[in-house]
Design a protein. Structure first.
Length: 317
């Protein structure tokens, strides 16, 4: 379905993804997993033909991108992170509009809209305005528009972001159903999300591909004892791979740097020695200021009491 070879993309000389190569087979659900800024959305925009790569080769359904982007787009249904919805339209009107944009024949349009609505659980809300729908139902509308035109490949960018737990479960079940008839690629930075629905995982960090495979296969390769994506072992360092990815993202270093044996990592001093003279001076200043404020408050209270006594004597004398 998809062949990616030595793919790179840069923005103004800054690399977003670097030398990626992977293959997506038909009939499976793939998960792009990584922290924010790992390059997931950039990859999806390239696969959907919205961005041209800086280097490398990409084929979708046999069509070369970006040279044959228009043909490739006909094989892809795409849900971006922010669904492209029109709140003033009803669900029916919106799906009819998208079907027309996708070039669905007028004679087939009604049938395709009803089928997409049925598959996504939208039959009962077709007459309702999109603005009146909950976040979960709006996400369903976004998935329904991706299904129009009967694409072979469905690409979902962060499909459960912003949903409550019940809505997350509903969307995950829907994605599993879609995986029975389509090849699905979804992105997420949440481990449980990918584990729950994906048969294949591509782990990204800082624009590079860290690991590829089924969760069980990755477990064997990376010495996971519980067959889940939880631990990465290299040298004398054993830790949570996703915590490492987050730490690398926060501190702006590569995951490989954090995976070096301890004796190869330059020591970093986090707690500098305390300057005793400075500490003493600061404490004296603090105590002095507090003392002055305390005396001032005491004098104010005494003066207020004296004033009240004089006023009472004057009134009742």
């Amino acid at each position: 379905m998809i062949q990616v070879s030595h793919l790179s993309k840069s923005y103004g000389g800054r690399p977003a993804i670097r030398d990626l190569s992977f293959t997506v087979e038909d009939g499976q659900i793939y998960g792009l997993l990584g922290p924010n800024g790992a390059g997931k959305s950039t990859i999806m925009n390239i696969l959907t033909g919205y961005l041209a790569p800086s280097a490398g080769e990409v084929k979708v359904a046999g069509y070369l991108l970006p040279e044959q982007a228009q043909l490739a787009k006909g094989c892809v249904g795409y849900l971006p992170e922010q669904p492209p919805l029109y709140p003033e339209m009803t669900v029916q009107e919106y799906l009819d509009f998208v079907a027309e944009l996708k070039g669905v024949k007028k004679s087939q349009r009604r049938e395709q809209v009803l089928r997409a609505a049925r598959r996504t659980g939208l039959e009962q809300v077709l007459p309702r305005l999109i603005r009146s729908l909950s976040k979960g139902y709006r996400q369903r509308v976004g998935i329904a528009q991706a299904l129009l035109g009967d694409p072979k490949l469905i690409i979902l960018d962060e499909p459960t972001v912003g949903l409550d737990p019940a809505q997350v479960i509903e969307i995950r079940n829907l994605i599993r159903e879609l995986g029975k008839a389509h090849t699905v690629i979804l992105s997420s930075h949440i481990l449980s999300e990918v584990q729950a629905v994906c048969s294949q995982v591509l782990i990204l960090s800082k624009g590079r591909l860290v690991a590829v495979g089924a969760p069980e296969e990755l477990g064997e390769k990376l010495n996971y004892s519980d067959k889940s994506i939880s631990k990465w072992e290299r040298g004398d360092v054993t830790t949570d791979v996703f915590v490492l990815m987050q730490i690398a993202d926060i501190f702006g270093v590569d995951v490989d740097y954090l995976l070096k044996p301890h004796n190869e990592i330059e020591p970093v001093i986090y707690n500098k020695p305390v300057n005793t003279a400075t500490y003493t001076t600061n404490m004296i200043t603090l105590v002095t200021v507090l003392g002055i404020w305390t005396v001032a408050l005491f004098v104010f209270v005494i003066l207020w009491i004296c004033d009240m006594v004089v006023w009472l004597v004057f009134v009742y004398a």
